[in-house]
Design a protein around this ligand. Structure first.
Ligand SMILES: Cc1ncc(C[n+]2csc(CCOP(=O)(O)OP(=O)(O)O)c2C)c(N)n1
Ligand SMILES: [Mg+2]
Length: 584
C-alpha cells in the first residue's frame, strides 16, 4: 500500500501495465494526472494539437506496434473531439485506452453547466468503446486501470475508456497498485476444432480468408502453416493485408472486386476458413461452408449462415487446428502453380492510371517493412487492391469507419511505436487538412513520418461522384495552402513532385532525411477504377449517362466497407448488398 494521489495511482498503474507513451491534450481537470506524468520518467507524454490526434495516434501506435495505445483528454469536448479516432479503433478492432477527465464529483449528473460538462459522457462514447468505467475513489484507480487493460488484452481488442474527476486525480488515499492480469488467450474448444478439421480434410477446394484478427492475435505463422498444409491460398480483406506476405505464393492478395479473378477463385471454394474477419464484404455464396475463427462470439455467422464457429484466440486456435490437421491428413501436393496463375491474372487488372503507376513508383521507393497508412483518397483506395504488403502490421486503413483525416496522426502514432520502420501516410489534400497542425507535433517530438499529399484541390471523390452520377459537382472544390511552404512553416521539410510518378523517388529521398517530410503530389481528377462501382443517383439527377469505363456497374448503391469507392460488394441480385458505406 502507498499513500498516493489519484493521478499518481493512475500513472503508476499505467506504468505497471506497460504503458510507455501517452498521447494527450492537457486541461484543468487533468492536472492531477499531468503532474504525475511529469514526475514519471518512464512514460513519455506527447502533446498533440487537437484531441482528434490523441486517439488516432494511440490507434496507430497500437496497430503498428502490437501493444495497446493510450490517450488522455479533457472531458466533454475533449473526449468528443477524440471520438473520431475511437470510431476508427472500434472499427479496426484496435486496443486503445482512452483516459478522460470529468467534472468535479459533486457536479456529475446534475447538468448545471460546469466547465466541459457533457452530461453522461459515458453514454456519449458507448457506441465506440467496448467497456467504460467512471472512477470516483482514489483507492479504486489501479483496479480500474487493471480491468481496462484486461479488456484490451482479452477477447476482441477494441477501445475502452476510464474517466476520473479532478478531485479523484488530486485527492489522496492508501492505494495498492495491483498486479496486471494476464488473460490466457484460449483456443476454441477441441471438439469444434476437430469438426473443422474434418471439413477441411474433406474439402476439395479449400480457401483461407484472413481479416484484421490475424494481426491482432499474431496468428501469421500458424495461418501460413495451415495454408501450406492444405495448399490453400489466403485471400485477405483490406484489414487483413499482410496476414501472409505478398511475396509468398500462399497469398492470393485482396483484389475481391466483382468478377475479379480472385472473386472467381473464392466462389469456386467449397470450404472457406475465415480467420478474424466478420466477412462484411466477402459476399460468399449461401452453399459455401464457412469455418470462422473469431475471438468475438457475436461475429460468428453474422454475414453468412452456413458457418461453423470456432470462438477463441486466432493464434491458439490455428495452432490447435494445425496440430489436429497434421495428425489427420498428410500435407497436400504442391498447388502453388494454380495460385500463382490466379495472382497473375489479377495483377493484369492493375491498369487504372495514374493510380497504378503512382503506386508502383511508391512501392519501388519504399523498403519492404514500410508502414503505409492507406488514406481516404484515390491512391489509398487503389492500394487496397494493389499495394503489396510484405510484413505484418504494415498496412493500416480506417476500416469500415472510413474516417477522412485519420491518415497523418495515425501514421505519427505508428512511427512512435515503430521508429525503426519507414512510415508513409497516403493522404489527399482534403484529408491532410483535417490534421495538418500535427506537423507541429511531428517536428516537436521528432516523429519522422513522410506524408504524401495528393493534391487535386478537391474533395475529389465527392466531386467525381456528383459529376458522374448526380449531374454536377457541388461543395467539393478546395482552396489549399502552398503545401511545401506549409511544411516549412512548421519546421518540417516540404517537397513537391513534378510528375505524379516521381513520388517514389521523392519518398525514398524523404525517408533518407529522417525528418518529418511532406511530399506534395499535384494530381488531376483520377478515373474511377473499373472495380469501383458508381453510386446510383435518383433518376431526376442523372442528366448524363454514367461515363464510359466505369465498370458498367448498375443498380444498388454499391459501396465499400471503408467508405471508399469500393470493391467486393455483392454482385448477384440474390446476395443482399449489406454493410455498404457511402463512397464519400
Ligand atoms: C470524417 C469524414 N468526413 C467526410 C467523409 C466523406 N469523404 C470521403 S472521401 C472525401 C474526399 C476526400 O478528399 P481528399 O482527401 O482530397 O481525397 P481525394 O478524394 O481528393 O483523392 C470525403 C469528404 C469521410 N469519409 N470521413
Ligand atoms: Mg483531394
Amino acid at each position: 500500500m502507498e499513500w498516493l494521489t489519484g493521478g499518481e495511482a493512475l500513472v503508476k498503474a499505467l506504468y505497471r501495465e506497460g504503458v510507455r507513451v501517452v498521447f494527450g491534450v492537457p486541461g484543468v481537470q487533468l492536472y492531477g494526472a499531468l503532474v504525475a506524468l511529469r514526475d514519471e520518467p518512464g512514460i513519455r507524454f506527447i502533446t498533440t494539437r487537437h484531441e482528434q490526434a490523441t486517439s488516432y495516434m494511440a490507434d496507430g501506435y497500437a496497430r503498428a506496434g502490437g501493444d495497446f495505445g493510450t490517450a488522455l483528454v479533457v472531458p466533454g469536448p475533449g473526449l468528443l473531439n477524440a471520438a473520431a479516432g475511437l470510431s476508427t479503433a472500434y472499427a479496426a478492432s484496435s486496443p486503445v485506452l482512452m483516459i478522460a477527465g470529468q467534472i468535479p464529483k459533486a457536479g456529475i449528473g446534475k447538468n448545471v453547466g460546469m466547465l466541459h460538462e457533457v452530461n453522461d459522457q459515458l453514454a456519449a462514447i458507448a457506441p465506440v468503446t467496448k467497456w467504460r468505467r467512471r472512477v470516483l475513489e482514489v483507492e479504486d484507480v489501479p483496479v480500474a486501470v487493471r480491468d481496462a487493460v484486461y479488456q484490451l488484452r482479452s477477447g476482441r481488442p477494441r477501445p475502452v475508456e476510464i474517466e476520473l474527476p479532478p478531485d479523484t486525480l488530486e485527492g489522496e488515499g492508501e492505494v495498492e497498485v495491483v498486479a496486471p492480469l494476464r488473460p490466457s488467450r484460449l483456443a476454441a474448444p477441441a471438439a469444434d476444432v476437430a469438426r473443422a478439421v474434418a471439413l477441411l480434410v474433406a474439402a476439395e477446394r479449400p480457401v483461407l480468408y484472413a481479416g484484421g484478427g490475424v494481426h491482432a492475435a499474431g496468428a501469421h505463422d500458424a495461418l501460413a502453416a495451415v495454408a501450406h498444409h492444405l495448399q490453400a491460398g489466403v485471400v485477405q480483406s483490406s484489414e487483413g493485408k499482410g496476414a501472409v506476405s505478398d511475396r509468398s505464393d500462399l497469398s492470393l492478395g485482396a483484389g475481391l472486386w466483382r468478377g475479379s479473378p480472385l472473386r472467381q477463385h473464392l466462389d469456386a471454394a467449397d470450404v472457406v476458413l475465415v480467420v478474424g474477419s466478420r466477412l462484411a464484404v466477402a459476399s460468399l455464396q449461401p452453399a459455401q461452408q464457412v469455418i470462422q475463427i473469431d475471438a468475438d462470439a457475436e461475429e460468428i455467422g453474422r454475414n453468412h449462415a452456413r458457418t461453423l464457429g470456432l470462438v477463441g484466440d486466432a493464434r491458439a486456435t490455428l495452432e490447435l487446428l494445425l496440430d489436429t490437421l497434421r495428425s489427420s491428413s498428410p500435407p497436400r501436393a504442391d498447388a502453388s502453380a494454380g495460385r500463382r496463375a490466379v495472382v497473375a491474372v489479377a495483377a493484369a487488372h492493375d491498369d487504372t492510371e495514374p493510380q497504378s503507376s503512382i503506386l508502383r513508383s511508391l512501392r519501388a521507393g519504399t523498403p519492404d517493412d514500410t508502414i503505409l497508412i492507406a488514406g481516404m483518397t484515390q491512391v489509398g483506395y487503389y492500394s487496397r487492391m494493389f499495394w503489396p504488403v510484405y510484413q505484418p502490421r504494415t498496412y493500416l486503413t480506417s476500416s469500415y469507419s472510413g474516417n477522412l483525416g485519420f491518415e497523418y496522426p495515425t501514421a505519427l502514432g505508428a512511427k512512435v511505436a515503430r521508429p525503426d520502420r519507414p512510415t508513409v501516410a497516403v493522404v489527399g489534400d482534403g484529408g491532410f487538412l483535417y490534421n495538418a497542425q500535427e506537423l507541429a507535433t511531428a517536428v516537436q517530438y521528432g516523429i519522422n513520418v513522410v506524408a504524401v499529399v495528393f493534391n487535386d484541390n478537391a474533395y475529389g471523390n465527392v466531386a467525381r461522384d456528383l459529376d458522374e452520377a448526380y449531374g454536377g459537382s457541388y461543395g467539393a472544390d478546395l482552396h489549399n495552402p502552398d503545401f511545401v511552404r506549409l511544411a516549412e512553416a512548421y519546421g518540417a521539410v516540404g517537397m513537391r513532385a513534378e510528375r505524379p510518378t516521381d513520388v517514389g523517388e521523392l519518398v525514398a529521398a524523404a525517408l533518407d532525411l529522417n525528418r518529418p517530410v511532406l511530399v506534395e503530389v499535384p494530381v488531376g481528377r483520377m478515373p474511377r477504377p473499373s472495380f469501383s462501382p458508381m453510386p446510383t443517383a435518383p433518376e431526376k439527377y442523372q442528366r448524363q449517362p454514367p461515363s464510359a469505363g466505369c465498370g458498367g456497374h448498375s443498380s444498388a448503391h454499391q459501396l465499400g466497407p471503408a467508405g471508399g469507392p469500393v470493391h467486393h460488394v455483392s454482385e448477384r441480385p440474390d446476395r443482399p448488398a449489406t454493410h455498404q458505406a457511402p463512397d464519400a
